[in-house]
Ligand binder design. Structure first.
Ligand code: HEM
Ligand code: HEM
Length: 148
């Protein structure tokens, strides 16, 4: 398993834990509903989307028979998606109290969007088979071990 697959799934699990805590908080104390955007994005962008990123990076090269187009883009995807989400959620948490936090939300939004767009491009090119050429002696190519 590539490091970024493991890292995406582990970060997704962390965001699910945090998202559930926000959900419980809102369920128990309805005034905390001002943090709904933080809860929604921890769960949807943090847990659901990042889990999909991780699983897709593992299965799509195997299902399509093409090596991953770019490990560097997957690395950019992990850093940008995680940094962007954390900045976005911090912005969402301060927004009800400080209108200036809109700038923090905007910064997180741009960074998170860069991460997600790197995923779109990388998977698209992988499906088209434009990854590194398989070595003639390695069967499926360097990024396609079927186990591990
Ligand atoms: C134990 C787990 C969870 C609890 C206790 C919980 C609780 C809540 C509460 C209290 C609200 C606010 C409802 C209101 O507006 O009054 C809410 C909103 C929301 N939750 Fe959760 N939630 C949980 C898990 C999840 C998960 C796993 C997801 C997504 C995968 C999710 C997605 C959302 C979304 C998108 C909203 C906003 C809905 C809207 O726009 O009106 N929640 N949740
Ligand atoms: C780069 C990625 C994303 C950015 C920058 C972003 C940004 C935003 C912003 C700024 C809002 C308005 C929050 C407010 O009320 O002030 C919002 C709302 C929302 N977004 Fe996203 N979003 C992203 C991805 C997603 C994804 C992937 C999903 C679902 C899978 C999603 C689901 C929602 C939902 C359900 C709401 C309403 C939340 C609520 O009821 O408070 N977003 N988003």
């Amino acid at each position: 398993m590539d490091w970024f697959v493991r890292a995406f799934i582990k970060s997704a699990l962390v965001y699910l834990g945090l998202g559930i805590c926000f959900g419980l908080w809102m369920g128990i104390a309805p005034t905390a509903v001002i943090y709904r955007p933080a809860h929604a994005h921890l769960n949807l962008l943090g847990f659901v989307t990042m889990f999909i990123f991780g699983v897709a990076y593992h299965v799509i090269p195997r299902f399509s028979g093409h090596p991953l187009h770019s490990v560097r883009l997957a690395t950019l995807n992990w850093w940008a998606s995680n940094t962007g989400l954390v900045v976005l959620v911090i912005g969402f948490m301060f927004l009800p109290w400080r209108p200036q936090a809109r700038g923090v939300v905007a910064a997180g939004a741009v960074i998170a969007a860069i991460g997600a767009l790197a995923f779109v491009y990388n998977l698209w090119r992988t499906l088209d088979g434009s990854g590194p050429k398989p070595r003639h002696d390695s069967g499926m190519g360097r990024r396609l071990p079927m186990s591990g």
